[in-house]
Design a protein around this ligand. Sequence first.
Ligand code: SAH
Length: 225
Amino acid sequence: MQLAFVLVEPKVPENVGAAARALKTMGFGQLWIVNSQVHREPAAGWVAHGSDDILAAVRAYDSLEAVRADADLLIGTSAKARHGKRELYTPKALQVLLGNKGDTVAQAALVFGREDRGLSNEELASCDLVTGIPLAVSYPSLNLGQAVMLYAYALSGLRLDAAAETAAVGQWTALRDRLQVLLPSLDVAPDSKLYQWALERLPLLADKDVRFLHTLCQNIEKKMR
Ligand code: SAH
C-alpha cells in the first residue's frame, strides 16, 4: 500500500511547508494538493527546510474527485463528527485498520481540509472513512500543519510498499462493486439500513475478511444462478 497526504485548497504556504517537513521526517513522500499553488511560494520552502524534494514532487489536482480516481481508499480528516452518523476513527485506530489491509489496498489517501473551514460535508461523505484527533478543547482546532504532523507520526509505523501488482490489489473495491449488485438481488434495497450499514463497514475490513466475503458472495451468486 502507498499512502498519500492530500491537502485540499490550502491558502497558507507555511502550512504546506510544514506538511512537507512532517512527511519527510516521518518517512512519507507523497504530498498531493488540490486546487492551490501555494507550495510554489518561497515561504513554503523556508518552512519545509530540508524537505524541498517533497515540495518539488507535489502532485497537483483540480478536484477531490480527481484524487478519488487515483486512490482506492479515501480517508477524510475532521475535528468534529459533523458528517452524519458515521464514526470518527482515532489516528491509532486508523493505524491498526490500515496495517490490516495487506495488499487489498493499493493507494490510500488521507485528506486534509482548508485552514478556515475544513472539508465540506459532501467531501467528507465522499470519503470511505473519517478520522479525527480527539482534543481536550472544542475550540480552537489544530492548525493544518500540526494535524498533518500528528497523523504522520501516528502512521509512521506502517509498512508501505510501492503499489504491488498482485492479484489482491483492487479486491476491496471489487467487493464493494459486487455487493452493490448482490444485495439488491437479495432484496436488500440501496436505501435500507442494512445496505447502508454493509457498505459503510466495508472499508474497515482486514484483508482476510475481504477474501472471505468474496468467497461467500461467489457461493451465493452460484446458488442464485
Ligand atoms: N474550522 C475548521 C478547521 C479546519 S483546520 C473546521 O471546522 O473544520 C484544517 C484542517 O486540519 C482540517 O480540515 C483537518 O484536515 C485538520 N484538523 C484540524 N483539527 C483536526 C483534528 N482534531 N483531527 C483531525 N484533523 C484535524
